[in-house]
Design a protein around this ligand. Sequence first.
Ligand code: NOJ
Ligand code: CA
Length: 715
Amino acid sequence: MRSALAVIVAFMLLTPLAGAYQVPERGMVYQVMVDRFYDGNASNNGPFYDPSMSNYRLYWGGDIEGLTKKLDYIASLGVSMIWVSPLNDNINRMASSSAPYHGYWTRDYKRIEEHFGTWEDFRELVEEAEKRGICIIVGYVPNHAGPATDGEFGSIYDNGTFITHYYEDAKNATRNPYTGSVDGIYHHNGNINDWFGFQLKYANLFGLADFNQLNPWVDSYLTEGALLFADSGACGFRIDAVKHMDLGWLESFYLRLYSKGPLFIYGEYYSLSPDKTDDLYELYRYSNVSPVLNIPIRESIVRTFALFGGLDALSEELEDYYSLFTYPNKQLNFLDSHDLVRFLNAAGRKDRVERFHMALALTMTLPGIPVIYYGDESYLVSGDGKGDPYNRPMMVFNNTTEAAHIIRTLAELRKTNDALAFGDFKTLYSDYNTWAFERTFGSHKIFVVMNKGAPRNLTVPLDWDAGTYRDALSGAGMRVVGGKASLELPRNSFYVFHAEEEQGEPLIGSVTPYTAQPGQRVLIGGAGFGSSGRVIIGGVEARVISWNSTEILVEVPEVKTRKAWLDVVVETGGKASDPAKLRYYSGNDVPVLLVVNATNITGQLWIRGSLPELAEPRPLLKSPTGHYFTVVPLPNGTTFEVELYRGLRWEGLEPVNVTLYGFVNSTTVVLGKNPVEMPGETPSETEPPERGWDWVIILLAAGVLLAVIWKWKGS
Ligand code: NOJ
Ligand code: CA
């Protein structure tokens, strides 16, 4: 009897929680820095604890138990997802005169930081949050461990077992002949100082020990660490510093996490301007591998409301920005964060609180999922300073403010009005001080109007039924007559009008995640789905797991295709939806290091190939040793062809008329001759090009095209 009980208890501990997967666009994220939120257990506060809360670089006592105790408060704001700062075990020493209270200096990816609690505390947080309709998104930091030359010198542990530190690892590191990177568990290529190309990914970010994710141990370790959170019920991840890792590794990492369910994963790609690009920025923006925080447009929004700037210019910039994405509504909008100066600290204006309300309401109504930084609802700012670390004061709880009213009202409206969740984005009127935009999704509509200048009247064409509409925030009225809306707009006013009718035909708003491989479950959000029907993905019927009028959970079928994006169609009641897009991967993908041995060649090279993974051009990086390379997730055991391109931008790519071949296996891939046509031979030489290009000749002279798969386990 006792052993049966033990088995049941063990089973309960091992069985993953169902997880409160959600259609993220219908929700809102509340960002919490755990140490600065609420102290729920005073026994875990030390060491490096400052009870006076005056030294911003020490622990102040916040923990997972504290967060759980405050879930009712968070739920009162209409929140559906909480993004917690990284919870993994961090270094036990000070570095750069700071304790790792922020959670970004990990020493053990299998353990929870003792200042924050235990795995049991985390599971309790997930369960209690789920009872309130909230799910937990975990900050995860796979780019780097702690500081390499300070603190614990990049010491890393596997569930308590010491593995190595940065100096010990350096002794065993070797130079990869293709990437030129000096690799062990970490990269040993110094600090990033040119912020471009190779260094961006293969050198230490601000002196933090940069992981070599192509090392099989590192790859498994980082993946297992993240899976522990997914198995404990996390519904998603905020991945730190995606700009500093190989995109192909991230893709294969995400695919393995998605095997747990329709997680919501988004990245932090730090870039203050939408115009600045590094070699892979274009790829992130265009290939839509995962949503990212909208850092570039955040700058413009804050400047326009906190300082100066025209709403007409802002509206154009935002429309351009959103047009870059297949799923702009899955991108994340925010005003404040732990990295940037809080709006109220940035604004020097007398009317800064009114302007903050406007910017907050805009964040909640633009395309994209709103992220509210803890304390925005209570006007939290520090009197001691502005940016990091002063943008992380101890939380002040107050959910009775005007800011809290704006957040709560618009968060609740997002749950019922799909124009906020999935709608398009169309400016109907704009000038320096006034902006009116409409968003529509089927029979759901919203109309947003704001004025930051002198009081005025506005009449705008609006194709809504005649009648009087009420603003969701203040109850102000708008009359629509003959396809025209007339409004009175006081200074610093912000109105959100909405209309909802029943959706008669199936309409897809989103697919979560929108990158998928066969067997993986994806959540389709939309309207008019009825109570049953069929889902067709890439022409193949998908197995339906659950179905209601606004959400369908399906399993992605295997599709014979070379395309990157597949159509997803919902059929119900004899009607079919317009297709939505799904970024398809063949399955059984492993991260492959593809190398083009093309020394002496200058310029930007790209490859495109015969598998879905290679269907969109991928830029090649140039190594310090002169090779071109990239990391790509490819299906193990598959032959493939790639073509080379040259150019700077997607639109400007020129084909080079060279076809190269490969075979993905668990050791090495050599590209040259088609391994299918020449069984038994070792492919080595490239085929001659049809026409002469100087650099192709150099390429041939350089000899061979090589691709090396890094998964050398067992070889
Ligand atoms: C971005 C995080 O948001 C920031 O707070 C952190 O210090 C760096 N990445 C390094 O992890
Ligand atoms: Ca890196």
